[in-house]
Structures are given as C-alpha cells and as structure tokens.
Write a protein that binds this ligand. Sequence first.
Ligand code: SAH
Length: 347
Amino acid sequence: MKDIRDIHFTELESFLQENGEKRFRAKQIWTWLWKRGAGSFDEMTDLSVALRTKLQENFTFHRAEIAGEVQSKDKTTKFLLQFHDGKMVEGVLIPSKDRVTACLSTQIGCPLHCAFCATGTMGFIRNLHYSEVVDEYILLNNRAQEIYNQHITNIVFMGMGEPLLNFDNMMTAIDILTGKDYFGLSPARITLSTAGIIKGIKALADRGFRCGLAISLHSADPTVRGQIMPVTEGNPLHELQSALVYYHQKTGERITIEYLLLSKVNDSEKAAEQLAKFCRPFPVKINIIEYNSTPDSLFHKSDPTRRQRFIDILERCNMVVNIRQSKGQDIAAACGQLVKNQLRIDN
Ligand code: SAH
C-alpha cells in the first residue's frame, strides 16, 4: 500500500474521482496532510466516515512520534523522534529571547565521518523521506507551543546528516515548509548547513534557493581540512570556493561560514589568514563555533586568547564575525553531539 504522503496531488484527485468522490475533497485532504499536520485519517473530521474508511483501506499513513525528550538547564530541549521503521533521529529546540529555533535532522546517521562529530560515528543508516522531515517540524512545533508558549520561528538543518546528500527529499520538504498553500514559513528563517557538497551547492544555485546557506568549513587549508573532514577529498577546497562564487552570483545571497575552532588544529594566525582569503570572493558572515566535546573526543577547544587573536585577524580583513554560543551541552544536544544512543531521560 502507498503512503498517502508519498503521492502527488493529481494522484489523489484521480483516486477520489475513481471512487465517486468530488475532486475538491483532494484539497481538503491535502490541507490536513500538509497544513494542519494531521496524524491520522481519523483527525480529518470534515470528511465523511465512509471516505475516511476508504482512504484507510487504500493508503498507509506513517507519522513520526516523539520517543523521548530531555531538557537542558538553559531550556534547550532535545527530542528523540521515531519513524515507522523504528529508526530514530534527534531534533533540538533552542529558545532565545524572541525566537525558538528548531535544529532538524536530514538523514539517519551520516556518511561523512568528520573527525570531530559524534553523528559520524553512527555511520549512515538511511535518508529521511520528505514527509519525515516535515514531521520533525510538526512535532517540534507542537511541543514548542506547549513548552515555550511560542511557535518555531527559525529552522536550521544542522542536526544529524548531510542535507545535500538527501537533495530531492530536502527540496520537497523545504517546498512544503515554505509553500504558501502549505506551512508558509519564510525561507529567510530557514538555514541549510552543508559540509560542502559541491554538486548540491551548484544545484541549489540553479534552482534559485531562497533559504540561508551555511558551509561547515572548519579549515581553509586543504591538508588540514582533508584530515578532519574526509568529504574534502571528493569536494576540493578550490572547487568549493568556485561553487560558492557561483552560488552568490546566482542567488545574490551572503553565505554563512561555520568555523569550529579546534585547539592547535585550525586556530593559528595562518589559519585565520587562509580563511579570510578563502572568503574574499563572496560576501560572508563567519560563525565561530566552540568545540563541544563528544564521547571519544580527540580535540580540545581553543583557549580564549588564541580564539580572540583568530577573530581579530578576520575582523582586520573586514569580515563579519559572530561567536555562536552553543546550547544544551549538558544534555549532549549541542552541535556535533547528536547521536541516537546518547539521549538520556532523567525522569
Ligand atoms: N552535515 C551538515 C549538517 C550538520 S550541521 C554540515 O556539516 O553542515 C552540524 C554543525 O555542527 C556543523 O557545522 C558541524 O561541523 C558542527 N559540529 C560537528 N561536531 C561538532 C562539535 N563536536 N562541536 C561543535 N560543532 C560541531
């Protein structure tokens, strides 16, 4: 049986016609699926019971569930989300003064094996279907209202997985999240973060991507980056740089560069100069990220003096630099700490 959320609108229309139902019912069902976030056919209360039964007999309806939840001292909440096959990912809600940011996953596990990231140790399990990505949003948005009394205001695809290696599902999910007839979220409030998949970046440029793009650069030195991010081998830095020039030309957008400072690995003055040089051909905002330790940590965070020197050099080169405060470290919900079996629920 087909999943109702894996068919096209026109397919649904034909199904209804074949079953003697009015075509406009398709719109109603669609609204339940993609606007109201219904979790079952039974919730579609403006459909006749007969139609609901018919739908049930012909389609499956998979819906993710929250399998666990834990809150940090700083009010960040981490969720374990379970899909119909029992596989799980983590999602995080990060409240701040006037926003609630949802950090969502794009794959179960991750194939990239960055040396500093806990998710990489899980290996790659499977891609998320677009309906599963949308489910993450729906479930966390409901909880955001219950916990913080506020909707999700921003989404960052910075959870588990590499979004550009799950390209089609991610584009469909983003179309559903931003579509006027769907959830209608502003693309300006959604950021997709990639480890630098060149083919995907060019494809985003070609489709006129309207969300924010963040690149996990972490080093502008080919040798160093190759050591900490194996993805560099198939996606060399000079080609990544050209892809970002192309992206900027096509979209006109500024690019966010994420840079995780690892003591004595990528935090030297030379590294800062290399970073500034890498970013010169396109407008950027550089987010300096503090290293969060993971279970078998190989790295240490930079000490404050080295960090400041690094930032001073960038600022002297007229770069916009932010220091990104990591949240939720005490519950292993911070960047790079997401790995399925780490969810601890204390009550
Ligand atoms: N694969 C995508 C999406 C994951 S985003 C990407 O690489 O961009 C998660 C962000 O957290 C990335 O910038 C990642 O490099 C960073 N990160 C990974 N491990 C970390 C750690 N231990 N401490 C801080 N940031 C980390």
